[in-house]
Write a new protein. Structure first.
Length: 91
């Protein structure tokens, strides 16, 4: 849903349309995303229009970048242990 909202505003029905879920289930997902501050929903008559709120995602991306470096270094070390390079001959 967030990926689709990156292209612009959509109604809850438009968000649910390509997914294998009911409109009620899509509405529940929207409420969770709204509660997390990831989307803003406005009501225009019977239409519920959703808009992406990208600021919280930037904060999450920064947090993930830190751990990406952390895990990257550890996974590189593990790979070195599991697949050491050719052993050098002693003279």
């Amino acid at each position: 849903m967030l990926g689709r909202l990156a292209s612009g505003e959509l109604t809850v029905g438009e968000l649910a349309e390509p997914l294998a879920m009911s409109l009620a289930a899509a509405s529940k997902h929207v409420k969770v995303l709204e509660g997390a501050g990831l989307i803003h929903r406005t009501v225009e008559g019977r239409r519920h229009v959703c808009r992406l709120e990208a600021a919280p995602l930037a904060s999450a991306a920064g947090w993930l970048r830190f751990y990406e470096r952390f895990w990257g270094e550890r996974l590189d070390a593990l790979e070195t242990l599991l697949h050491p390079g050719p052993k050098k001959k002693k003279r």
